[in-house]
Design a protein around this ligand. Structure first.
Ligand SMILES: N[C@@H](CCC(=O)N[C@@H](CS)C(=O)NCC(=O)O)C(=O)O
Length: 255
C-alpha cells in the first residue's frame, strides 16, 4: 500500500515519524508541505497540522497516534515495545518528550531565547531547509526569524510550559531527566530495542548538528547519551530527514 508522509522537515514531529518509517523499513514518499500555505497540500485533512501520514486512502494526524497505527498495520519492529509494561514505559517517555523535551529544548529558545545574530542566522538556515522541499517566497524567507518567534503553534506550546523556571535551568533539568530516562539503557526506559521514545528525541538532537544549525554536539561526549545516540543511529539511514544530500554538512553519529 502506498505510504505518504506530509510535512516539513523542520518540524520535530515530522522527523520523528520519518524515523519510525525508516526503522520499520517501510517505503514512503515524502510530500513537502509549505508551512505558510499548508492548507493547499493538506486540504484533505481540513487543517494545517503536520505530520500527516496517509496509507492507501486512510490518513492520521499526531506523531504518537501515527506510531500506534503503524504498529497495528506493521507489527514487526514495534514502536511501543513488546508487552504492556514496555508500552506503558514508551508511552510515558513519549508524553514527556511532547510536553517537556520538544517545547522546552526546541521551541522555548525560539520564543524566549536571544533574538541575536546567531538566532537570526539559524532561522534563515531553517528557511533554506524548508525551501529545499516547498519553496518559500523570498520575503517570507527574509522574515523567517520573526515569523517563527510569533508562530501561534510555537507560542502556544511554550505557553504551556512553566516559564517561571529560567530557560537555561529548564534546559539543564530536561537534560538530566533525559539521562535518567536512559538509565543504563541500551535504549530509553531501559528497553532492549528502540521505541518511539528514542525516535522522538534522536532527530531533535542530531538534525540541528547534521544540517549545520549548530557546529558542536556536546551530547556526543556524554558517557551514556553519546553511545546511545550512536546506537540509535545504526537503525536509521544516514539521511533520515527527507532533505537533499547537499543540505547535510556534519557527520552522522555512527560514522
Ligand atoms: N502533537 C502533534 C504536534 C504536531 C505539531 O505541533 N505540528 C506543528 C509543526 S511542528 C504544526 O503542524 N503546526 C502548524 C499548525 O498547527 O498550524 C504531533 O505529535 O504530531
Amino acid at each position: 500500500m502506498k505510504i505518504e508522509l506530509y510535512g516539513y522537515t523542520t518540524s520535530p514531529y515530522v522527523r520523528k515519524v520519518a524515523c519510525y518509517l525508516y526503522y520499520k523499513n517501510l517505503d514512503f514518499n515524502f510530500v513537502p508541505v509549505s508551512p505558510v500555505m499548508a492548507e493547499e497540500t493538506l486540504a484533505f485533512t481540513g487543517g494545517k497540522q503536520v505530520p500527516v501520514l496517509k496509507i492507501g486512502e486512510e490518513w492520521r494526524l499526531d506523531s504518537s497516534k501515527i506510531g500506534a497505527w503503524l504498529d497495528e498495520l506493521y507489527p514487526e519492529k514495534p514502536l511501543f515495545g513488546s508487552n504492556d509494561a514496555e508500552k506503558a514505559i514508551a508511552t510515558k517517555i513519549d508524553d514527556w518528550v511532547s510536553e517537556q523535551f520538544i517545547p522546552g529544548m526546541v521551541f522555548r529558545d525560539v520564543v524566549d531565547g536571544k533574538n541575536d545574530e546567531g538566532f537570526r542566522k539559524r532561522a534563515h538556515r531553517l528557511a533554506e531547509i524548508v525551501s529545499s522541499g516547498a519553496t518559500l517566497p523570498d520575503p517570507v524567507r527574509e522574515a523567517w526569524p520573526d515569523l517563527i518567534r510569533a508562530a501561534p503553534f510555537i507560542v502556544h506550546m511554550v505557553e504551556n510550559l512553566d516559564r517561571s523556571e529560567p530557560l537555561e535551568a529548564m534546559k539543564m533539568r530536561i537534560f538530566m531527566e533525559l539521562v535518567a530516562h536512559l538509565g543504563d539503557g541500551p535504549y530509553l526506559g531501559g528497553m532492549s530495542e528502540p521505541t518511539l521514545a528514542d525516535f522522538a528525541i534522536f532527530p531533535q538532537v542530531i538534525f540541528p548538528y547534521h544540517v549545520g544549525l549548530v557546529d558542536h554536539m556536546p551530547m556526543f561526549e556524554h558517557p551514556t547519551l553519546g553511545p546511545w545516540l550512536k546506537r540509535v543511529a545504526v537503525h536509521l539511514p544516514t539521511n533520515p530527514w527527507c532533505v537533499d544530500e547537499d543540505i547535510i554538512v556534519n557527520p552522522w553519529p555512527a560514522q
